[in-house]
Design a protein around this ligand. Structure first.
Ligand code: HAM
Length: 441
């Protein structure tokens, strides 16, 4: 039989060292989320197809892994967490104390063309705050996103958060006579403008609005994309005359005051060309990008005030973000910010034939105290060989039982504790070893 091929395109295998790094990334995120008072939740990997087909928008719908299950139900592997979260929160809306601060870490699936930073199975670290419409909630999730990326050792030279606002866009489009229905299609087109030729964008816009309005929109998108300060945005909307947009800019000021107080403003770039591909966003939206290099998206998020209502019938404003593990992992690797292999051996026990069962008894007792223990499974090995294995395993300490000729240690209840970092050894009683082993570092 021919050997099996590799894993499916866009899917990863995790060898132990990959698992260790994945665990490091998840745990770092978990510890930041808990400093912001967020609790972990999880949901099903397989969901009804319609949960995403309608709620996530056309771009995600095209990327779904979906099929009919044996009972004839149309199901999809989850491409994101947000619709599941909205359904879960909606189902217990009356009982949950607001604001609801939840985070999750889980695998997502999108049938995309695999390329650097984009796979078909990837992990997302989601953090969402629900039940609060105040700008403070947007400030809190943005602060949590920046704190998460900083916790990996990244700084303002490594990433930026591009901030935009669907509400501002809707005010602007309304001032040009575009209906709410038309706005969704236009925002979708604006989202793709950086990646599509202008002629394609023009054609799409002309299918929604008249040619002169489409031309004006193209000009405005370019002009708005150049506005990188609150002052410039103010000047744009003043000259384009729209009061609602000017009111909204006061909320932008509030958000900046919050971020400035938390010393985070230097991470933010105003960039109205960011609109986000997902259909449910209603207010501030943002994407964290790596600076330089390929400038890939590390994370994305924003406010989605209508999704819980659509899914569960309860009014529940919400905002949040997701960090992807692929681009983040690549960036940490490039910047040399990933920790080196983790040592998972606290004690290596080396023993001669006479002391084998004494050593095994100690192995059992030390493990019961929560410390890791390894020893050679092959018998009759020299002390030198066993110490070489201890070294290779990255053991923090070696404990020598017997080997009187080499160690000079003769007492029955004695062993030699060797610090593998300093090379220093001391003879101690086995009872003291068992007492001390829990706190030796
Ligand atoms: P998203 O922008 O679609 O947002 O995804 C967030 C992040 O997931 C991206 O910035 C990227 O790092 C990662 N990601 C997305 N697709 C792939 C892929 N094919 N391969 C590798 N990484 C990928 C959302 O999913 C929203 N649900 C986020 C959210 C939470 N909004 C509010 N709350």
């Amino acid at each position: 039989m021919a050997p099996m091929g590799g894993a499916l395109l866009g899917f990863r295998e995790f060898y132990p060292e990959d698992c260790a790094l994945r665990q490091y990334i998840f745990e770092t995120f978990r510890s930041v989320a808990s400093t912001f008072g967020f609790e972990e939740f999880d949901g099903p990997i397989l969901e009804p197809l319609e949960l995403f087909a309608e709620k996530s928008g056309p771009e995600i719908a095209e990327q779904l892994f979906h099929f009919e299950d044996r009972g004839g139900r149309s199901v999809a592997m989850r491409p994101e967490m947000t619709p599941t979260l909205a359904r879960m929160v909606g189902a217990r809306a009356a009982a949950l104390r607001r604001p609801i601060r939840w985070f999750s870490v889980g695998e997502q699936f999108r049938y995309e063309r695999p390329q650097k930073g984009r796979l078909r199975a990837f992990y997302q670290m989601n953090l969402d705050l629900l039940g609060e419409s105040a700008i403070g909630a947007d400030g809190e999730v943005i602060a949590a996103l920046i704190a998460s990326l900083k916790a990996f050792g990244l700084n303002e030279k490594d990433f930026r958060l591009r901030l935009s606002d669907r509400q501002l866009w809707r005010h602007f489009l309304a001032s040009r006579g575009v209906s709410d229905d038309g706005a969704a299609g236009i925002l979708n087109t604006i989202d793709k403008m950086g990646r599509e030729p202008e002629s394609v964008s023009r054609e799409k816009l002309c299918s929604i609005v008249s040619t002169p309005v489409a031309e004006e929109l193209l000009r405005s998108v370019k002009e708005l994309s150049q506005c990188t300060t609150l002052g410039a945005l103010g000047a744009f909307f003043r000259s384009n005359g729209h009061g609602a947009a000017m009111d909204r800019l006061r909320e932008w000021e509030e958000l900046f005051n919050i971020l400035t107080a938390m010393e985070l403003a230097q991470f933010i770039s105003i960039d109205l060309s960011v609109v986000r591909g997902l259909a449910y966003y209603t207010g501030f939206v943002f994407e964290a990008f790596e600076c330089g290099g390929e400038s890939r998206a590390l994370a994305g998020g924003g406010r989605y005030d209508n999704l819980v209502k659509k899914l569960a019938g309860t009014d529940m404003p919400a905002c949040g973000f997701a960090i992807g593990d692929v681009t983040l992992g690549n960036l940490l690797r490039e910047k040399n910010l990933l920790p080196r292999g983790v040592c998972n051996c606290d004690f290596w026990l080396a023993f001669d034939d006479v002391n084998k069962f004494i050593a095994l008894r100690c192995a059992n007792l030390i493990r019961q105290k929560g410390r890791s223990v390894l020893y050679s499974l092959v018998e009759h090995l020299s002390l030198t060989k066993q110490l070489k294995f201890a070294d290779r395993a990255g053991a923090r300490f070696a404990v020598l039982f017997g080997f009187q000729d080499e160690t000079g240690c003769s007492g029955e209840n004695l062993c030699v504790l060797k610090d593998m970092r300093t090379g220093n050894s001391r003879t101690i009683s086995i009872n003291s070893l068992l007492e001390e082993c829990a706190c030796l570092t």
